[in-house]
Structure formats: C-alpha cells, structure tokens
Design a protein around this ligand. Structure first.
Ligand code: 2AM
Ligand code: CA
Length: 270
C-alpha cells in the first residue's frame, strides 16, 4: 500500500480506537503543570500508531508527544511527527474538540499532513503539491485578509502574562475578534479552511503543528515563528499561522518591533 494511504487509514483507525476507549475508565495525570494533562488513552493511541508504523516501515523515525523520539535532532530520513490527542483538556472535559495530528517529513521536507477531528469524523489531509482536502472535498486556496476584518485564534491565557500579554493585546484589539478552540491542530486547519484568518501562540511543540502546517501550506497559507523563521519539526517555538497577507501584517506591524524581546523570551523557553 502507498505510504499516504497507509497513513490515512492508520489515523482513521486510531480515531476509531479513541471512540471505543473513551467509554472505558480514563486515568488522568498531570505533566509539566496541573493543567497539562495526559491520559492512558493518549499513551495507548501513540503506542498503537507507533507500533503499526514500525511493523510496516521499520526504517522510519517517529517523534510522538507521549515519549517517542524526543532525542531526535536530525531531520534526515522519513520522520513521522505524531500527537495522539491534541487538545487533551478538551478530551477530558468535553469529550469532543480534540484531534489526532500526524505530519510526515522526508529529509526535512513536508510529505503529508493529517488532522483528524475524531468526534466529528472529519479528516483534514494533504500531500505536498497535491492539494488539501476536508474528507474528500478539495480545499480552495486562501483569500487574503487584513487584521481589522479578521478573526484571530489565540488562547486567552497568554493575555494574562505581563510581557507576552502586552505584545499580543494590540493584535487582538485591532482584529475583529479572537477565538480559542483548545486544540492547536484544529486551530491550524481552521486557518486552512478560513474559519480563522490567523492562529498564534507563544509556545507550541512540533507534534501540535507538523500535520496542520502541511495542510495550511497546500492552500497557500503561511506558518513561521514570531520572527518569521521557518518552523522546526524537532524543537518547540513561537508559532504564527495565517493567510499570506495577515501573516505578513502581524509579523511586520505587531511583532517585529519586539524582535529583541522575542529572541530573549525564546531563549528563556529553551
Ligand atoms: P495538547 O492538548 O496536545 O497538550 C491548547 O491551547 C493547545 O496548546 C493544545 O493544542 C495543547 O496541546 C497545546 N499545549 C498545551 N499546553 C502546552 C504547553 N505547555 N506547551 C506547548 N503546547 C501546549
Ligand atoms: Ca497531545
């Protein structure tokens, strides 16, 4: 079977497992802080996905949120970047609004991206240079928008942080309004489908965006860090996604004046 079809079927099967396993006892633990949760389902889904890939493609590498490949720092070879449940807080509290995110990169170049909205049974997917799809419907190229006529995705917690909040507040003030959905992968595909014009957050891991980024790029959208640099699939960073015009507007008018502060903050997060 072709790699793209294998990955697509695997993501759909993993989603099927989540819909079954979520009715059993869910064990919840916290990770870096009391609100950073992981469940036995996150771990079981990552194990399922990784074991299926290992059986079919023993030479492929995998980076997964729940522990696989965190020491990988080279982009050589075929690398799967996997978030078994993106939006774990939503999974625990709402039993909806979470996604499986998978990005496949070959020698650092995008190959294919998958973001599966498990409870709505919507698979967003794209193969580089072959267009993006919402289930079987092709996604059109993005329209450019200005910030003042746009809805921006941003987690409101960031506005409560003194330094980062003061950088981000003018962007929200000058937008039409802000929205937060609690799953970065879904928020990126909402940019790719035009529900949001931009989505930004000061700290995201490659597994949260590796899949969505490929889908967004296929519809002509942009994704970089807050300094306008390309995103890495091996290290976390600030992230800004949007149609080309709003992405440039936010970078040039709102973030570049804070370049030195942003570099200092990025170093502190390492
Ligand atoms: P997760 O559910 O896979 O942990 C919520 O706004 C989004 O940010 C989710 O996609 C969530 O991913 C991610 N997220 C939550 N805590 C994070 C942290 N400490 N660092 C980076 N990303 C985080
Ligand atoms: Ca996760």
């Amino acid at each position: 079977m072709h790699l793209y079809d294998f990955a697509k079927n695997l993501v759909l099967e993993a989603g099927n497992n989540i819909r079954k396993w979520m009715h059993e006892d869910i064990e919840i633990e916290s990770k870096s802080n009391p609100n950073d949760l992981v469940t036995n389902v996150d771990k079981a889904v990552e194990t399922f996905i990784v074991s299926q890939i290992e059986a079919q493609y023993p030479h492929h590498k995998m980076i997964g949120e729940e522990g696989h490949g965190h020491d990988i720092d080279s982009t050589q070879g075929t690398i799967w970047v996997i978030d078994p449940i993106d939006g774990t807080l939503n999974f625990v509290h709402q039993k909806q609004n979470f996604a499986i995110s998978v990005g496949i990169y070959k020698d650092g170049k995008p190959y294919a991206g998958f973001v599966y909205d498990v409870m709505r049974d919507i698979l967003y997917h794209a193969k580089a240079s072959h267009g993006a799809f919402k289930n079987e419907m092709p996604l059109p190229q993005l329209q450019n928008t200005l910030l003042k006529e746009s809805i921006v995705g941003l987690n409101p917690n960031w506005l409560t942080k003194p330094k980062m909040g003061s950088i981000l507040q003018p962007i929200i003030r000058d937008s039409r309004t802000a929205r937060a959905y609690g799953s970065a992968a879904l928020e990126i595909v909402y940019v790719a489908t035009g529900l949001l014009s931009a989505y930004m957050t000061p700290r995201l891991h490659p597994w949260d965006y590796a899949g969505g980024l490929i889908i967004l790029q296929e519809v002509g959208g942009s994704g970089t860090n807050f300094l306008g640099e390309p995103l890495s699939i091996t290290t976390h960073s600030t992230v800004l996604f949007g149609n080309k015009a709003i992405h440039e507007e936010i970078l040039n008018h709102y973030l570049s004046p804070y370049r030195n502060e942003l570099i200092a903050m990025q170093q502190r997060y390492q």
